[in-house]
Each structure stands twice: as structure tokens, then as C-alpha cells.
Design a protein around this ligand. Structure first.
Ligand SMILES: [Zn+2]
Length: 293
């Protein structure tokens, strides 16, 4: 047996082990990277799908609101007033509450004998538990709320008035607003009929989406024509806004619902909000220009 000189095997083996280790790390890294890419891709697609479905559900909400207002008009012969006032001129009930019976087949627990923020109604406003033994009656014995019987628990009247987005905390705040003003479909002092809309039903916005106001669903506060921004998604001032890429949803007085392009010029938005502004507007042209979509 020949005594070979001792080969310094250790360092070589350790370097091989190191390179295997490195390759293994590299492989793991590639795998992690690939999984991350695929994951991000899925997350992106999921988010897109979620956003599309939320825009659809938002459009559905706005359509249902427009139809409920039409049904209200058929019953009372005029549009709802943006707010009902008490003798002192304080806003005590919202148009959103007024159309609730036309919107959803749920118990009507709202009490018209107290303001929206009265002791019972404020619980409905915030979605808190309510307890009703039997419908309270007025002096002549007529039930003051339209409910079938005793009720116990919370009730979500806000759902039809809310655009839910992943960024939006689920709460009882409204996202659909009237545009109140002497020149809009919602004057403060009187309700309009559809015949009063001189600019044409297809050229007048009735209800618009906004995420700039913190207003509970039954709170009688809306966008004010004389104070609002006519720029869409204005970060500095209350106005029409949305988290949808296609833009906020708006319902016209003819019940048509569109996305309003966030780049729509302010004079066009303003013209669409007036009921008798006399502006020359044409829906087909707005669609061709891409302001409505
Ligand atoms: Zn929306």
C-alpha cells in the first residue's frame, strides 16, 4: 500500500458543500420568487374582479335608488324633498329615509314622530339593536311605524345606500347623495315634479356617489350645489367622488345610471346638476366624448 500524501480533502468537500448549499438556497429563492410573482398575479386579478363586482353592485344600488324615487313620485306626485324640516327650519328627516319603503322589503321601524337623531331613530341610524314590542300608535290609534309585530335586534337600512369597497370600513354612512340647491332637482323649500325638470330628464343628475361626506344613511345632509366642488374626486372639497376606476356612479332623472368620467370638465358636471340651467347638453354627445360611460 502506497502511502499517498494526505489530500487536504476537507476544504474541497466543504467548498462543494457550500456550493450545493448555495444552489439549494438559489433554488429556494427562485421558488419563493416564482410563488410571489404568481401570488401577486392572482392578488391583482382577484382585486380587479372584486373591484368590477363592487362597481356592479354600486351601479345596482344607484339603479334601485332611482327606481325607488320614481315609485315615490308615482305615489306622491312629486320627487321627495332632500330633507323634511321642522317648524324652526331644522332638517329632521332625509330623502333616503323617505324612499326606504320603496327600496327594500324590510320592516319599517323608523319613527316619523321624532327626528332622525331622536332616541329611537339614532339607533337605526347607527345600526344598533332596537327593541319594539308593538307598533306605537298615535292619538287616534293608528300605528306610527309600519312593522308586522315585535322586533328585536339590529337592522341594516344603510346597505342600499352604501358602496362597499375593500378600502371602505363597513359602517352606516351613506355614499349616495342628492345635490341640494335652488337650481337642482332638490330645492330646499319645495319638492319638484318630473315636469319641472326643464333641462330634460336625461340631462339632469338626480343622485350621485360621493365618498367625501361622513353622513349616516338617515342623516339629512347632502351635497350642496352652492358649496360643492364640480371637479370629480376633488381631494380638497366635498363633491362627487368614487373609488371606482371608471368614475363615480350617477343616476339621472330618467333612471339611467352611468359612471361619470373623473376627467369630466367642471362646466359639464355643473350643467348636468342643474334642472333648469338651459345648457345645451346631449347624452349621445356625452357618451361619444367619454364623459359618461
Ligand atoms: Zn361605488
Amino acid at each position: 500500500m502506497v502511502n499517498r500524501p494526505r489530500v487536504p480533502a476537507e476544504p474541497r468537500r466543504s467548498s462543494r458543500r457550500a456550493s450545493i448549499k448555495l444552489a439549494r438556497h438559489f433554488g429556494v429563492l427562485i421558488a419563493v420568487f416564482a410563488i410571489a410573482i404568481v401570488g401577486l398575479g392572482f392578488a391583482f386579478l382577484l382585486r380587479r374582479a372584486l373591484q368590477a363586482s363592487q362597481a356592479m353592485s354600486c351601479a345596482n344600488n344607484v339603479t334601485q335608488i332611482a327606481l325607488a324615487i320614481e315609485s315615490y313620485h308615482a305615489t306622491y306626485g312629486h320627487l321627495p324633498r332632500a330633507a323634511l324640516l321642522d317648524d324652526e327650519g331644522t332638517r329632521i328627516h332625509s330623502w333616503r329615509t323617505a324612499i326606504t319603503p320603496d327600496l327594500a322589503a324590510i320592516d319599517q321601524l323608523y319613527r316619523w314622530d321624532q327626528p332622525w337623531n331622536g332616541p329611537f331613530n339614532v339607533r337605526l341610524a347607527k345600526g344598533l339593536d332596537v327593541h319594539v314590542d308593538a307598533p306605537p300608535t298615535d292619538e287616534s290609534g293608528h300605528p306610527m311605524i309600519k312593522t308586522v309585530g315585535p322586533y328585536d335586534g339590529p337592522i341594516d337600512y344603510a346597505r342600499p345606500f352604501r358602496c362597499t369597497q375593500p378600502e371602505t370600513r363597513s359602517d352606516y354612512h351613506a355614499n349616495y347623495f342628492a345635490i341640494v340647491g335652488d337650481r337642482t332637482a332638490w330645492p330646499v323649500d319645495r319638492p319638484l315634479t318630473l315636469d319641472d325638470i326643464g333641462d330634460g330628464l336625461e340631462n339632469t343628475i338626480l343622485v350621485a356617489e360621493s365618498h367625501t361626506l361622513r353622513v349616516l344613511w338617515s342623516q339629512p345632509d347632502d351635497l350642496n350645489f352652492d358649496q360643492m366642488s364640480f371637479a370629480i374626486n376633488d381631494p380638497h372639497k366635498a363633491g362627487i367622488s368614487s373609488l371606482h376606476g371608471f368614475g363615480p356612479l350617477v343616476a339621472f332623472t330618467d333612471d339611467a345610471v352611468f359612471h361619470l368620467n373623473p376627467k369630466t370638465p367642471e362646466h359639464v358636471v355643473r350643467a348636468l346638476l342643474t334642472a333648469n340651467g338651459g345648457e345645451k347638453i346631449n347624452r349621445n354627445q356625452l357618451l361619444r366624448d367619454g364623459w359618461l360611460r
